[in-house]
Design a protein around this ligand. Structure first.
Ligand code: 6PG
Length: 256
């Protein structure tokens, strides 16, 4: 895997600080260049601290939030108020009080028929991001996490979505969780201008080493399928998650 930028932070808290700072920087850069910005949020537990920081000063006052379009990289097929909903997690941690117009918050409709919801979301992405025909829409920022099995978004090992070359968002039945998920495909993720993986905790150290420094096996390690075609890829890690990485090879440096 080509050397991504790997940034090691001292703790989960400092990793969340770093992630929030880079999100703000990326959104501001996009708004400066194109008058607006777009971000796809990750689910799971790790990004919650980052979202909470975006809800508070100084980040709360650092972005023209009215120009920001919010999407998700994946969603569980549950209602938006379900405890498992990625939308609900971000709403509770950040978006409920954020100065982002509700029309700019585009949730994946987990309560709908999965295949219909995926197709509808593709259209929302295309229209909102004004994608040229036959080109994938370009998100300015994508936040991702990684599971212990190397999944990211809801791209799980062996998923047919990993072979998808045309679709941007698909519905996929995930055996490991015995449930339907909606997920961005590598085609959408790799069109992004800036992808940030946020990974913390000692339990992720082994899978992180396999993904970042191991042989390229995206079928088995779906996080490896994320390699932006013309965009930045960064891994923001806390010390526990980074402990098995060989610093020199992965171009690791400590966050300032
Ligand atoms: C989801 C996420 C998923 C997540 C990883 C890590 O819907 O669960 O999109 O890809 O990022 O499973 O989750 P944790 O942050 O909870 O470890």
């Amino acid at each position: 895997m080509p050397n991504p930028a790997v940034v090691r932070c001292e703790s989960l808290s400092s990793a969340a600080d770093e992630a929030a700072g880079r999100v703000v920087e990326g959104l501001r850069r996009a708004i400066d260049r194109r008058g607006r910005a777009s971000i796809a949020l990750s689910g799971g537990k790790t990004p919650r601290e980052t979202y909470a920081r975006l809800a508070q000063p100084p980040h709360l006052d650092a972005v023209a939030w009215g120009q920001v379009e919010v999407f998700w990289g994946d969603e569980r097929c549950v209602p938006p108020d379900h405890p498992q909903s990625n939308y609900r997690m971000a709403l509770d941690a950040w978006l409920f009080d954020a100065p982002i117009p509700k029309r700019n918050i585009h949730r994946l409709r987990g309560e709908a028929d999965p295949k219909t919801a995926a197709l509808d979301y593709e259209e929302t992405l295309r229209v909102t991001l004004e994608a040229p025909a036959r080109e994938p829409p370009r998100l300015d920022l994508v936040l991702l996490g990684i599971g212990l099995d190397g999944h990211t978004a809801s791209l799980f090992p062996g998923s047919p979505a990993l072979q998808e070359r045309d679709r941007l968002v698909v519905a996929t039945f995930v055996q490991n969780v015995n449930g339907w998920r909606l997920t961005a495909t590598p085609r959408l993720l790799n069109a992004a201008r800036h992808v940030i993986f946020l990974v913390t905790g000692a339990e992720k150290a082994a899978i992180l080493r396999d993904v970042v420094e191991g042989p390229r096996l995206p079928e088995r390690l779906p996080a490896q399928a994320v390699q932006p075609t013309d965009g930045r890829l960064e891994w923001l890690l806390d010390r526990d998650a980074a402990k098995l990485l060989a610093n020199a090879e992965s171009g690791m440096r400590d966050a300032e």
